[in-house]
Structure formats: C-alpha cells, structure tokens
Design a protein around this ligand. Structure first.
Ligand code: BGC
Length: 497
C-alpha cells in the first residue's frame, strides 16, 4: 500500500507521524511554500472591500459609478473562474510546480498594475490578473501539498493552506483597519501582495515537482529521489511499488493516451463519483453563504444596529480572526475525526447559527442586536473547520492521478462561479426579500448540503491517495448514514467509509 499506512489511524500513530514530519522539516517547507498561494488567495480577496473606500476618494468617477466599484470587486472573481479552469489543465499537462510559478507571475503583474494604475480601467485589468492567479493557486496549492504528504497527516498539511487563506483574509482586514485615509494608501494595500508572490516564486524554484506527477510522466528516478526525502526509509519502496501498480493498471485499462475529454471523464465510474462529491462540496461551500459574511460582515454588523464604520470594521476583524482560529482546529482534527464527520458537525452548526440570525432579524427589538453577533460568530466557528477547509482537501485527494488536475480545476471553477452568484446577489436579495428570508434560504441550503454530504461524500481520512480510487470503485451510495459502510476492496481490506 502506498505509504504503508492503514486507514483508521489512531491518535498515537498521528502523534508519531506528526513528530516525524517535524523532524523532517522538508515536508513542512513544501507545505508552507505552496501555502503562500493560500495566503495570496485570502489577502487579495479580502483587501478590496477596504481598499475600495480609499480608491473612491482618489477617483471621483469610481465614487459616482456603482458599476465601476462592482467591476473592481468582481472582476477578480471572474478572473478566478478562468484561472481555476485553465489551472486544472495546466496542472496535468505541465505539472503542479509550474502552475504555481505561473500563478505567482500573474499575482505579481497584477499587483504592479494595480499599484501604479492611473485610473479605474487599469485597476480593473490588474484585478483580472490577480484573479487569474487566485483561481489557479486555489486549486494548485492544495493539490501540490496533498501529493507530497504522507497519508496520515495529509489532511493536516493541506489544512495549513486553509489556515493561510483565512490568515490572509485576517491580515487584509487588519491592514484595512490600520491604514488611514492618506492618499495613495490603497496603492500600498494592493501592491504589497506582489511581495509574497515573489517570495513564493523563489521558494518554489528550489522545490521539486510533485513526485506523483513525475512518476506518471515516466520520470521515475526523479520521483523516487523526492519520495525518499518525504517518506521514512522503510516506507519508500512500498510507496514506489504502489504508484507503479496504479499507473500500470491505468495504462492497461486506457492505453497510454494523454488526451482527456469530458466524455471519457464522465464514463469513468470513479471520476464520476469523485466529481459528484468534489463539485457538490465546492458549490455548497459557497451557497451556505460564507462570502456574504466575509465580504459584507461590516454591513451585517451595521444591520444589527452597530452604526459606526470603525466598530463595524473592528467587529468584522473579530469574525476573520475566529475564521483563522477555526482553520487551526481543522489542522488538529481533520486526520483524527475525518473529513466527513467534520463536515457533518460543521453543517449542523452552520444551519443552527443561521437559525439564530434568522430569529434575530425577524423584527427583534434592537436591544437584542448582540444576538446577531452571536449568530455570526457561531456561524464562522462552525463553518471554518469543516466546510471552510474540507472541500479543498477532499478535492485534492479524491480523483485518480491522471485526472487530478482537470477534475480539481472543474470543481474549483464551480466554487468560483458559485462565489460570484452569491456575492453578486446578496445585497439585492436582502433588499428584495429582506435579511431574514435571505438567511432562511442559506439555512435550507445548509440542511440540503448536510444530506448531500451524508450520502455522497466518502471518508478519505488516512487512506493512501492511490487507494482512494479503489475505494470509490467499490463504494455504493450511502443512504443509511447511521450504519458504517463497507466497500469491496481488491486487496481484501474492508475499511469503513
Ligand atoms: C472559501 C472562500 C472563503 C474562505 C473563508 C475558503 O475556503 O473558498 O471562498 O472566503 O474560505 O475563509
């Protein structure tokens, strides 16, 4: 078995493995270097709400025309939709590392264009560049980390990317709050993001390509040398053997053709099952309304009766801080409790917190304004460790090696399209049907998402990445979620999923 790790790892095994990783800083270096992509994702999506206030001071036409403001905000998300789609293809064709380097280039160019923009048109162009980088990084960083991680701590290492996303958002809020309205401030706020991109570019130059991608491309010797750095000596040979078997089986089944088309994807049972779980998770992640909180929390706080801008910004910093703390909880629990249980707990909590928000907004007297804040805080605390990180983790591990980039790209594209739909419609929805109906819609979607997870999402905790394909092959839909499910596994193992 790849990595020699058995499913159902216990806590002591986790500790042992984690200390192994600690002693082998190479894997941590890989995870943190790739995770800078997450930091940029969080920073660039978070910084714009604050920067826009200052941009409006400088460019009077932006202040006058809502459509310019909307374009500056949403063109990055539009860029991310394309970046994620192209990134998927780039990942399989040219490798994970090159995709990260290209994303850094886009981040850097975007930052320079924005920092020096003489007016709205170039600012928008810069946002498109940054968006392309964000979309590409959003799916590539978790994939690169996932493929370089020992199975036992794969979830924790990919969660560090989630922590850096939320950390980047927190940092951007902090900067928004700290900066005064001095002219030119927004140029620094947007331009500074070029630095981490540059840093990641150089860090990645000194790191290798994903060993799994190399192996699949027939570059066995290079792959082996990297695997030897990642795995304890006694596990390396088994790991190599498993990778070889999996790739040979794939070539036997499909020929060595590198061409991927959508029919071929959908005809493959394991891919279909993976895509159902992966795309579904990404769409639900957005449709439970997270980015209405991340992008509009100052507005929501003001709806709760806290009027001053300063207070609203400060309270939204607390929200972003709770979000970052929640991703640390994910690092700790994701490989012990498992992806699926964390998702289920997360969704139950999200639905209940939306209930609190709903109750508050249904005409409660404003002396209960604090209840809205409690609802908001609970929402984030429950969202972050499960629905915040697990969709990215599951998507980095659930697809067969040959389709991993393309399928992860499809799911990430679905995430960004959903993000755009929700972010664009939130304010109009609250105006048209009121806040309580809007939260009710998110609440109902969370309950549907809960059933979706119970039925369609398999547990991948502790499973070596190549075993996941076999598990999907033998897995039946899981309606009786209260019973443990078993799958027919070719090697005679029978883990619960
Ligand atoms: C989501 C982002 C969201 C963030 C909140 C991420 O996992 O993909 O859309 O803004 O979590 O921290």
């Amino acid at each position: 078995m790849e990595g020699g790790v058995h499913p159902g790892t216990d806590v002591s095994a986790f500790r042992e493995c984690f200390s192994l990783t600690w002693k082998n800083p190479y894997v941590l270096r890989l995870a943190f270097s790739a995770g800078i992509g997450g930091l940029l994702f969080g920073y660039d999506t978070g910084v714009i709400s604050g920067a826009l206030l200052y941009i409006r001071d400088d460019f009077k036409n932006v202040d006058r025309e809502t459509v310019l403001q909307e374009s500056i905000v949403s063109m990055a998300v539009a860029g991310a939709i394309i970046g994620a789609a192209v990134g998927g293809w780039l990942n399989d064709r040219f490798g994970r590392r090159r995709a990260i380097l290209i994303a850094d280039f886009l981040f850097f160019i975007g930052a320079v264009i924005m920092a020096s923009a003489p007016g709205a048109p170039l600012l928008i162009v810069g946002r498109v560049f940054v968006g392309l980088g964000v979309g590409m990084a959003s799916m590539t960083s978790p994939l690169y980390i996932s493929e370089a991680s020992p199975a036992k701590i794969r979830g924790a290492l990919v969660s560090t990317n989630g922590f850096l996303i939320t950390g980047g958002q927190f940092l951007s809020y902090l900067i928004n709050l700290a900066f005064t309205k001095a002219p030119g401030t927004w140029r620094w706020m947007l331009g500074i993001a070029g630095l981490p991109a540059l840093l990641q570019f150089f860090l990645m130059m000194s790191l290798p390509e994903s060993p799994r991608w190399l192996f699949r491309k027939g570059r066995e010797e290079e792959a082996k040398a990297i695997l030897r750095k990642i795995y304890p000596a006694h596990e390396v040979e088994q790991e190599i053997q498993d990778l070889r078997e999996s790739i040979e089986a794939e070539i036997r089944e499909e020929g060595s053709s590198e061409k991927i088309n959508i029919i071929k994807l959908l005809k493959t049972k394991t891919v279909r099952r993976g895509l159902t779980a992966g795309v579904g998770l990404q769409v639900f992640q957005q449709f439970v309304g997270i980015n209405t909180v991340m992008y509009y929390s100052p507005t929501i706080v003001q709806l709760a009766g806290f009027a001053s801008n300063q207070t609203a910004l400060l309270l939204s910093l607390v929200t972003a801080g709770l979000n970052a703390l929640g991703s640390i909880v994910s690092i700790y629990f994701i490989d012990r409790t498992g992806r699926k249980k964390l998702l289920i707990i997360s969704l139950i909590g999200v639905a209940a917190s939306l209930g609190v928000l709903l109750w508050y907004t249904r005409g409660c007297p404003s002396k209960y304004g604090w209840l809205a804040l409690v609802g908001l805080a609970l929402y984030i605390i429950f969202f972050s460790p499960g629905m915040g990180t697990a969709p990215w983790i599951v998507n980095s591990e659930i697809y067969p090696l040959r389709f991993r980039g393309v399928c992860g790209g499809i799911a990430a594209t679905a995430n960004w399209i959903s993000n755009l739909i929700v972010a664009q419609s939130f304010l109009s929805l609250t105006e048209a049907i009121g806040t309580s109906w809007t939260f009710l819609i998110f609440g109902v979607i969370s309950v549907v998402a809960l059933f979706f997870v119970i039925i369609y999402v398999p547990e991948t905790k502790g499973l070596p990445i190549e075993e996941i394909e076999k598990m999907l092959e033998g897995r039946a839909l899981h309606y009786k979620f209260w019973e443990k499910q078993h799958y027919d596994e070719p090697k005679g193992k029978n883990p619960a999923v």
